[in-house]
Design a protein around this ligand. Structure first.
Ligand code: ZN
Length: 248
C-alpha cells in the first residue's frame, strides 16, 4: 500500500511493521514544455502516476509517500518564461536533510521517484555517497532513463532518442490524464523539432535546439490513447521496481 506519510501520526509510523517498508520521495520540475503544455507537466504526470500507484493492489507492505519536491534542475530551460530551477547543491541539500531526518527512526529505505530528465544524472551520482554517508540505502527510479523506457518505442512513432521534451510521450499522457491543461490548438507539425542529443555532455539549452517553442520531439504525433498505454507501461514498470527494491 502506498500511504501519504504526512497523513499518519508519529505513533502510526512508530508502530508500523517495518518488514519491506520504505519511503518514496517524488521529485519533478517546473519548466517550459513548449507552447502547448503547462510548466507543471512533469509534476502533473508524476501526480497522475502516484494516484494510480495509491490505488494499485499489487503494492504490498508499507510504502510511505513523502511530500513531493515540485522543483528540479531546469537550467537548460531557463530562457523560457515561467521556468524555475533549483541549483544542484540545493537539490542535494534537500535530499540530504530528508535522509538526516529519516535515519533517526525505524524505516531505513528510500526510493526517489524522479519524473524530470534534468534531475537524473544529479541524483544517480549521489546514491553511493548517500549510502556510505548516512548508512541508508537510497534507490532512484528515473522515468527519463533509457533503461526505464526500453520498451516504449513500440508505443510511440517518434524515434525514442528524439522524444526528449514535451513531445509525443508527455503530450499523449496529459491529453489522456489532464486534457484541460493541454492547448490542443497550438499543436501542429510545424512546431515539431526532431533532434538527437550529442553522445557527450555539451551543456545543451533548449532555446538553442528549439528556439521557437522549446519542444524537442513531435507533439503532433500524440493522442490520448497512446497516453493511456504509456501511463500503464510506466505504472507497471514502477511497481516492478518497487517490489524488487522492497525485497532487497
Ligand atoms: Zn517534462
Amino acid at each position: 500500500m502506498l500511504i501519504e506519510a504526512n497523513s499518519l501520526s508519529w505513533q502510526d509510523i512508530d508502530e508500523m511493521d517495518t518488514e519491506g517498508a520504505c519511503y518514496v520521495l517524488p521529485i519533478a520540475a517546473m519548466e517550459q514544455h513548449g507552447r502547448h503544455l503547462p510548466l507543471g507537466t512533469d509534476d502533473f504526470i508524476l501526480q497522475t502516476i502516484l494516484k494510480n500507484l495509491k490505488e494499485d493492489k499489487r503494492i504490498t507492505g508499507n510504502m510511505l509517500l513523502l511530500p513531493a519536491i515540485h522543483y528540479g534542475s531546469s537550467h537548460e530551460h531557463l530562457d523560457f518564461p515561467g521556468t524555475v530551477s533549483l541549483s544542484s547543491n540545493t537539490i542535494i541539500s534537500i535530499v540530504e536533510d530528508i535522509l538526516f531526518s529519516l535515519k533517526m527512526h525505524k524505516i531505513k529505505k528510500l526510493i526517489i521517484l524522479n519524473s524530470h530528465g534534468g534531475n537524473t544524472s544529479l541524483l544517480n551520482a549521489h546514491v553511493k555517497e548517500w549510502k556510505q554517508k548516512y548508512c541508508f540505502p537510497v534507490f532512484v527510479i528515473n522515468l527519463w532513463d533509457s533503461s526505464f523506457f526500453d520498451e516504449v518505442q513500440t508505443l510511440i512513432e517518434t524515434p525514442l532518442s528524439s522524444d526528449i521534451h514535451a513531445g509525443e510521450i508527455e503530450t499523449s499522457i496529459l491529453q489522456h490524464a489532464m486534457p484541460s491543461v493541454v492547448h490542443h490548438d497550438r499543436i501542429s507539425t510545424s512546431l515539431d523539432c526532431l533532434v538527437t542529443l550529442k553522445p557527450y555532455g555539451d551543456g545543451w539549452f533548449s532555446v538553442e535546439l528549439s528556439p521557437h517553442n522549446g519542444v524537442l520531439g513531435a507533439a503532433s504525433k500524440a493522442n490520448p490513447e497512446k497516453g493511456k498505454r504509456l501511463l500503464q507501461y510506466i505504472t507497471d514498470r514502477i511497481i516492478r521496481y518497487f517490489l524488487e527494491i522492497k525485497n532487497l
